[in-house]
Design a protein around this ligand. Structure first.
Ligand code: SAH
Ligand code: SF4
Ligand code: F3S
Length: 480
């Protein structure tokens, strides 16, 4: 995930902290929200802000002056939780300076730890899980009255479809739209099904409406979000029950097409695809529309079939290769990234070598790589032992990071000499005379500013690169 507005404090991917802030004028109490974790959590913070602004709160970028501090948390790995706990300890200073201030925990850690943080650790006044944000105004009222409040009820229906998110940290060009919530996959290492509950899809009408509104406000890129976008399905439940009789059934490919047709000027991205569910139909739709970006994040996790089975991923190495072949056959220029976990339970050198070999064969354009971190209550925690020694995990991780760096450099080098269409997102961090944006493959390109503005599409001749950035010169601009 990339946040590009000037309010970004720290930037990182999945499981690291990015502070999102926005200042509003108003007479109400001041709210400060900080978010950790995946893009869905950031999108949720925008829903939370919307709910509370409707109640008369205003947002602030400075936690020291906030009446309410909300930390939207992630449980995906142990270190993600540790970071949040440290942060909450820091916030106790605010409590000392301003005893009336309220500190609340939202998101996946709230769901996982429930009232523990209030009762045992005494770090927060408020604990609210991902499906309970509509109850925030009343819970805040109770908390202001001195009552510690908890709502961690998960829902089978809640999609916040009717809430128009307040775009917090934002460049005014790209925005997230959640299209579904929860996950039914039960990958054995993963805490998400426990923290986010059952999978449910959001009404396509409300998604199209939100996309149209963004378009009217001048946005040029939207990212459709879900833990497994390929299983998006309106309006049939997993059990085959029809939710709203008479309404059209829409799958992910259908949704993509509807959004793509809104305007050729609007770019569409999505995340995350699951190899077991990614259909040829989705790939054909991607290939058909130029404004659907040619970039797929397809987490493989492991290259070994025994480990994949233990992970409960629902596909084999061979199936994964078949998906890669199909992507490349239909869209030869499509970038592919992945997630890898090394050191999962009982992973031997042989198992690991198959992951290494898979990476070497596919040559991903980008990869997020993690050491396995055992999570409470997951199938892996209950059934297997986290038995790969830490030093072995570290060694394996370093090897695949080095391998991936060479692959990333290779794919960036392949762009040199070519012309890419880039959507300008803002000023380059390195120089105010330069701008940056991304090409369809999600690669960052930097070029001279001249008279150009963010939101414009430009054709850039790529002249050089590093393993993470393309440098070039603009040879053609759109008319805006
Ligand atoms: N829904 C997405 C992934 C969400 S979590 C999918 O299915 O691909 C993002 C990534 O975190 C996962 O792809 C996985 O690589 C990593 N991850 C999840 N649980 C983990 C754990 N217990 N230890 C280490 N990495 C983990
Ligand atoms: Fe977790 Fe698997 Fe669901 Fe992704 S698909 S969120 S890894 S359970
Ligand atoms: Fe983290 Fe929850 Fe997302 S565990 S990765 S914030 S769904």
């Amino acid at each position: 995930m990339r946040y590009t507005g000037n309010k970004v404090i720290e930037e990182d991917i999945q499981g690291d902290a990015t502070l999102i802030e926005s200042e509003e004028v108003g007479n109400g109490k001041k709210l400060y929200i900080e978010s950790y974790g995946c893009q869905m959590n950031f999108a949720d913070s925008e829903i939370v802000a919307s709910i509370l602004i409707d109640e008369g709160y205003t947002t602030t970028a400075n936690y020291k002056e906030a009446d309410v501090i909300l930390v939207n948390t992630c449980s995906i790995r142990d270190n993600a939780e540790k970071r949040v706990l440290n942060r909450l300890r820091n916030y106790q200073i605010v409590k000392k300076l301003r005893p009336g201030a309220i500190i609340g925990m939202l998101g996946c850690m709230a769901e996982r730890l429930k009232s523990q943080l209030i009762e045992k650790d005494k770090l927060v006044d408020l604990v609210v899980g991902p499906d309970a944000y509509r109850s925030l105004p009343s819970l805040l009222k109770s908390a202001e009255g001195g009552q510690k409040s908890v709502n961690v009820l998960l829902s089978r229906e809640e999609t916040y479809a009717d809430i128009s998110p307040v775009r917090l940290d934002n460049n005014g060009i790209s925005a997230f739209i959640s299209i579904m919530r929860g996950c039914d996959n039960m990958c054995s290492f993963c805490v998400v099904p426990f923290t986010r509950g059952r999978e449910r899809s959001r009404d396509p009408e409300s998604i199209i409406h939100e996309a149209r509104e963004l378009l009217l406000k001048g946005y040029k890129e939207i990212t459709l979000l879900g833990q497994n976008v390929d299983s998006y399905k309106w309006n049939i439940t997993a059990k085959g029950e029809i939710i709203e009789p008479g309404e059209e059934v829409v799958n992910f490919s259908g949704l993509l097409e509807k959004v793509a047709l809104l305007s050729p000027e609007l770019r569409i991205r999505f995340s995350t695809s699951h190899p077991k569910d990614m259909t040829d139909e989705v790939l054909t739709t991607m290939a058909k529309y130029e404004n659907i970006c040619k970039y797929i994040h397809l987490p493989v996790q492991s290259g070994n079939n025994e480990i994949l089975q233990k992970m409960n991923r629902g596909y084999t190495r061979e199936w994964y290769f078949d998906r890669i072949d199909k992507i490349r056959q239909l869209m030869p220029d499509c970038a592919i990234s992945t997630d890898i976990i090394i050191g999962f339970c009982d992973e031997t050198d042989e198992h690991y070598n198959e992951t290494f070999k898979l990476m070497d064969e596919v040559k991903f354009d980008f990869a997020y790589m993690f050491k396995y971190s055992e999570r409470p209550k997951t199938l892996a925690e209950r059934n297997f032992s986290d038995n790969v020694p830490e030093d072995v995990k570290s060694k394996r991780l370093q090897q695949i990071i080095d391998l991936q760096s060479s692959h990333s450099l290779r794919s960036y080098k392949q762009m040199v000499g070519k012309v890419c269409t880039v959507l300008i997102e803002g000023e380059s961090k390195r120089s105010s005379d330069q701008l940056y944006g991304r090409n369809t493959q999600n690669m960052v390109a930097i070029f001279d500013k001249d008279e150009l503005k963010k939101g414009q599409y430009v054709d850039v001749l790529i002249e050089s690169c590093t393993s993470a950035t393309l440098f070039g010169k603009v040879i053609k601009t759109d008319k805006n």
